[in-house]
Design a protein around this ligand. Sequence first.
Ligand code: GTP
Ligand code: IMP
Ligand code: MG
Length: 340
Amino acid sequence: MTCSILVGGGWGDEGKGKCITYLCYNDKPDIIARAGVGPNAGHSVEFHGEKYALRMIPSGFVHTGAKLLIGAGVLVDPEVFMHEIDYLNKYNVKGRTFADYRCAIIEKKHKKQDQASDYLSKTIGSTGTGCGPANAARVMRVAKLAGEIEEMSFYTTNVPAEVNRALDENKNVFIEGSQGFGLSLYYGTYPYVTSKDTTASSAASDVGVGPTRIDDVIVVFKSYITRVGAGPFRTEMSEEKAEKMGLEEYGTVTGRRRRIGLFDMELAAESCMINGATQIALTCVDRLYPECERVKDYSKLSVEIKRFVDEIEGETGVPVTIISTGPDLEDTIDLRDEIL
Ligand code: GTP
Ligand code: IMP
Ligand code: MG
């Protein structure tokens, strides 16, 4: 039995979607449970040449044998949820996707408040998806819960009961976080953060698993850093330099241009410490070092890339076990056997 948590180590968009797809497709956990804030997330999944952008349903959906759960700590927007149930129809997500009956619901008024607030939309650079106002409503104890609304009646369950029972039966559970360490309400660059903590401990709490049951914490870093929205960014580079390096990116949810910077060893070390990382997944190595595009074998990486990986391991004290060299799940170097 293994219970793993995967979280972002930067300001989100580290390529969690790709790593989750790879790990779930290969390891075939019985349950894949979504933690994190809510539909402000945009996870990209590329599977057998097809691209999917997801905001609510767990990115591990490609493993069709898994139950897909959404933990009570995650905000549910019923419109986004229903849309994704239809969108992923060919993966038979209906009948195996359930949200905890205690998930707070994002209502239209929350989205309006998010978008109408100059402070949130302009100063902080919120995604406008209603997450902040819905979390505020939950704290004020006025939010509606998934178990109380008609649209979700077919799709609710008791997530902690299911997850803990699976662990009791020696099954495997994979918990996927969203956003990233730098956006944590507690440990990120406050006030330029999201509306809750985004570290591994909160991910466990989101789905109702106690800290003693977690075996592995995989923290995902991109080989450079991106950030959408406002806030400090120590290693940021100019747009011109990012273009010259071929690193422009646009957001999955908002379409906004992402700010780009170099890898930040200090941020990585802090992120690994607070998340209790046991493994690092390093993505988009091919975008920084194009010669390694789609490479699947560690020995074929250049000395320069190996030195970069060694430096990350040295600074964080955590082994890099997954190296991603392209968006498709096949473009992956898996070194997990070497640390066992
Ligand atoms: P958030 O929940 O928003 O943090 O989502 P995310 O971590 O899944 O990242 P997102 O999908 O927003 O952005 C990452 C982008 O990089 C996507 O377009 C992925 O398809 C792509 N990607 C992921 N890994 C790699 C990789 O190793 N190489 C390349 N070239 N692209 C990658
Ligand atoms: P909110 O969570 O929509 O309120 O946005 C607050 C801040 O977090 C803004 O800077 C957003 O750009 C950022 N943010 C929230 N979710 C994500 C994500 O999934 N990826 C990247 N940035 C995010
Ligand atoms: Mg994203």
